[in-house]
Design a protein. Sequence first.
Lengths: 353, 279
Amino acid sequence: MTMRRLINLKRVEARRIYLTYAVVIAAYVICQVMSSTGFLSSSMRGMLVPICAYMVMAVSLNLVVGILGELSLGHAGFMSVGAFSGVAAAFLMQGVIPFAPVRLALAMAVAAVFAAVAGFLIGIPVLRLKGDYLAIVTLAFGEIIKSILNNFYLGVDSQGLHFSMLTDTTRLLKGGKLIIRGPMGISGIQKIATFPAGFILLMIALMIVFNLVNSRSGRAFMAIRDDRIAAESIGLDITKYKMMAFVMSAALAGSAGALFAMNYSTIVANKFDFNTSILILVFVVLGGQGNMLGSIIAAAVLTILPEKLREFSEYRMLLYAVILIVMMLATNNAEIKNFLAGLNPFRRKEEAE
Amino acid sequence: MKEKTKYIPIPSRSILPERDAARDPVLECVNLGITLGGIKAVEDFNFTIGRTEIAGLIGPNGAGKTTVFNLLTKVYQPTTGTILLNGRDTHGMNTMQVNKAGIARTFQNIRLFRNLSVIDNVKTAMNNEMHYNMLSAILRLPNYRREEVAAHRRALKLLSIFDMQNMADVPAGSLPYGAQRRLEIVRALATNPSLLLLDEPAAGMNPSETADLMDSIRKVHEMFQIAIVLIEHDMSLVMNICEGICVLNFGHIIAKGTPDEIQSNPAVIEAYLGRKKEA
């Protein structure tokens, strides 16, 4: 048969997965070595955990945008659900589990569960919609989560947990403590998030997403993305699989939120606003939809860049925007792509299409 | 593989006076009809097909052939009439449920999962026979491996019917046109249907490709012993392969019969070529 040399997807996929793991591990080792030998400035060291959290956010949003093919504009909402529930859980466990890494891990697990529940509840109305409508409604839900957390009070005393909305009516007994204080958020957080924990969370997120993509569920997600009508015609339950991807993505975002929050002493709901959602979406779009490694790199670059541009003071955001546009153009330009593909022996076959 | 009902070696031509298929029909449509935008796209569609029959659905452009397929697969909900699949009323079912009940189809304008590999397209269609859950997939538990290996083997076997096993890892979107059409059939077969609907399988194919396709359809029919309905404009294909033919024009059945009867039917000739002495 006269056929042009076709790419072998299986080989390309496997290579891409191993490359992603390898790059992440290498980056981790380099950062660890650099920070222990003092090559890393203190401001950079402080950014390691947020970068990890944003990377996990990018991977989790890429599951919805790149793999499932639905645009979600409210991803920061799940991050904040995770941040608040995770920090509250860590606070409550403080007396029970003295060992910080275990407490952090459990807090992230609790955060994942809470965010997953939020994802499920929001998914019920949202996933009935398609395309632009879905995007708009997720945006609205992101804002709703922010408003709720801005008006949420949670306290603990000897009689257990108390919560109230709008105003603080928890009426805690003496010795009790108000954990979440509405618009004031949570303060006095123990900074137990560490770079190794962030690295492990990222590896787990990658493992979950890659293993899921290479399973019947992942195939179903991508089938729905590629052709919804055909997916229905072969008996796929569209709603079920959309929900599955959405909930999994929300859970990952939740644990990333917990990691993120426990790197600061104070966290407020306004931190996780529409801008944050868009920032995460930019990671995904810039890194490539469905391309986990790309979105991880984009997350790192776009988190470091604004800091590095500080020396340009008032031109900072202008330069940031210009760099963003140039990067977008470059990654979408066939000639530049081919040039880069030619440089990279691993990518050559993949781009040959 | 699912055990199919035994082949009944009678020359079935249920499209004729519903006599053979009446013994063992896989599909019965009674007064099926739909109104789309005020137009009766299909009306009084009565059609029965036997368990191992190959039937053709032909008619001029816009006659409502694809609409019939869309009704059978519940892409549209019929406004009137009943569809019985294996004796079961499909009323209230959606596309997914109809597929689970036994109807698989291909599309006139190819609808493959273009970014998935060829074998993944087939394996996606086997989703409903795999049972491992998300946790098994994430942790790569033994039942994940077992079911994936089994699905992989079966998918390769299905692909080999059309000699496509060597293209298994190629993205479906980059296949040549004819191969894409064949892959759609394989994907439909992977869902274990009792009725296969082929919407213009030979469209855009050259005569030799069409001949290959014809052999493949016969092979599928012999191997799986399922009922096949095909919409086709290529008359050589239809006349050669179909046991019964049903002709549709303006949403109505204008003729049913064997290929020979259809070829000499004045109503059919009129529908295709127009009336004599009209100019």
